[in-house]
Unconditional design. Structure first.
Length: 219
């Protein structure tokens, strides 16, 4: 293959990876037109790119026209951290039901905070979905800041918990605590809920206890 062919292939791969990151990170969700604009490419090229990602199960187009991370990519992520997810599943489920909020596990993928798995309360008036595979920077959102403090504790001294409101998704609030996993990348567990009055200290105490049990189970 010629050098130009290699560069072309690398550019195509880089564009596909960038598209996946944008699909996973964007709130609100992107459409094909929005993805084309973000990538700076023609809409027809974006359609071909999305079609390829759909074919391989890495992305999907919802009936609304919005783009979402595909089941295959989520399955690959889950397989890479199966032991952690297994240990977290019960704790997240109990947290979600007891607090009436969606509970989720976030890990650092080397660039951003990524939701690995989530559990929704079985009985609640309103449920906030937290999509596995969704990503956001470590400079915003409660889970992101918890991870940031693990990455650079000198510049960002760790707090008992972090709280955020209206930072990642408009109208939503989150509380997060560190999840200590020696040998693993920085992680956090968190809950997300519709804005309302709540006892942040009490919620954080529950999260800290669950984080300890998850950490012990993984070890």
């Amino acid at each position: 293959m010629t050098r130009s062919g290699v560069e072309s292939g690398s550019q195509t791969l880089a564009r596909g990876l960038s598209a996946l990151a944008m699909i996973g990170e964007s709130e609100p969700a992107l459409t094909v037109a929005g993805l084309a604009e973000r990538l700076g490419i023609h809409r027809s090229m974006a359609y071909r790119l999305v079609k390829t990602l759909e074919h391989h199960g890495f992305a999907e187009r919802l009936p609304s026209g919005e783009l979402a991370i595909g089941a295959r990519l989520v399955a690959l992520t889950r397989g890479a951290s199966r032991d952690l997810q297994s240990a977290a599943a019960r704790e997240l489920g109990v947290l979600a039901d007891d607090l009436g909020m969606t509970a989720f596990l976030v890990v650092y993928d080397g660039e951003a905070a990524v939701t690995l798995t989530s559990m929704e309360p079985r009985q609640a008036d309103a449920i906030v979905a937290q999509r596995p595979g969704s990503r956001h920077g470590v400079d915003r959102g409660a889970p992101g800041r918890v991870i940031r403090s693990q990455l650079d504790p000198t510049r960002f001294p760790p707090a008992r918990f972090e709280f955020s409101h209206d930072e990642v998704v408009p109208g939503l609030s989150s509380i997060a605590v560190p999840l200590s996993l020696p040998g693993h990348r920085p992680a956090a567990i968190a809950v997300v809920h519709l804005s309302r009055e709540l006892d942040q200290e009490a919620v954080a105490t529950r999260l800290i206890a669950s984080a300890h049990r998850i950490s012990t189970a993984v070890h």
